[in-house]
Write a protein that binds this ligand. Structure first.
Ligand code: FPP
Length: 253
């Protein structure tokens, strides 16, 4: 059977989604690199390398779709427990990406920030990330946020510690604590909450990603494995999102 959508080119889909008003913030759980490699009889690291190409593709797609913030889950706190050779390959890939893409990202006006526990990263990885952030800091067309060595429970726990310290110091009363106090202590700073969460590879899980910030995000799960995820897939996810009735706990109008 032919796919009726195959005849519609990307620019047509793009103009449709631009007319509808794109989401401000898209967050992505990039999953399925390992399965992509296994299906081809390749080592897992080859799946991660193919995943890096998908990262490049999706950043370009997000800029075209006029998304303002794109947050990518690149390495979780739990990922540290993977076999040492896979952790090493992923860290080497992140360093490679930071070095090889920073000038092109800067030229495209894309600002990259990294959030997560940097203390666990090697000195060379920390340096590569700092240089990537510094080189792209002048950008403003699209903010790309890379979650590296990140876990939401740890992030929320740290924010609670900070609130408790302020209460113990008498700077804040427990009865005056509002959601905004916690919000302000998260690693996501003043970015708007994600409007759309995409997860690839058909898994219906949040996996300790932005647990607080995703409160009202629309969730889109696709069977496509991350290395096969193209800008066309991104555009489809956005079109699907634009068809949702976002109520934020209220009733439809
Ligand atoms: C999950 O797939 C993916 C990861 C743990 C790593 C994500 C990394 C990249 C996409 C590449 C590098 C990123 C940047 C920003 C340059 P999995 O290994 O859990 O796949 P599986 O569930 O099929 O085993």
């Amino acid at each position: 059977m032919t796919n009726p959508d195959a005849a519609v080119d990307n620019s047509e889909i793009l103009s449709r989604l631009l007319a509808n008003g794109p989401p401000t913030h898209v967050a992505v759980i990039m999953d399925g690199n390992g399965r992509w490699a296994r299906e081809r009889g390749l080592p897992r690291r080859r799946g991660h390398r193919a995943g890096m190409s998908a990262v490049r593709e999706v950043i370009k797609g997000a800029a075209e779709a006029e998304v303002r913030h794109l947050t990518l889950y690149a390495f979780s706190n739990e990922n540290w427990d993977r076999p040492a050779d896979e952790v090493g390959a992923l860290m080497a890939l992140l360093e490679e990406y930071a070095q090889s893409d920073r000038d092109e990202l800067a030229r495209a006006g894309i600002r990259v920030t990294v959030f997560g526990d940097r203390e666990r990263l090697s000195a060379t990885a920390r340096r590569a990330i700092a240089e990537l952030e510094a080189s792209t800091s002048g950008g403003g067309a699209l903010d790309v946020h890379l979650a590296i060595s990140y876990g939401a429970r740890g992030e929320i726990t740290e924010a609670c510690r900070s609130l408790a310290r302020d209460c113990a110091a008498g700077v804040l009363s427990p009865d005056d604590i509002e959601p905004g106090h916690l919000d302000a202590r998260l690693m996501t700073g003043d970015w708007p909450d994600p409007d759309l969460l995409i997860r690839t590879s058909g898994e219906y899980r949040i996996s300790n990603f932005l647990l607080w910030q995703l409160a009202y995000a629309e969730i889109y799960v696709t069977e496509v494995l991350w290395p096969d995820f193209t800008r066309r897939e991104l555009f489809h996810a956005i079109l699907d999102y634009q068809g949702r009735d976002r109520r934020f706990g209220l009733v439809s109008t």
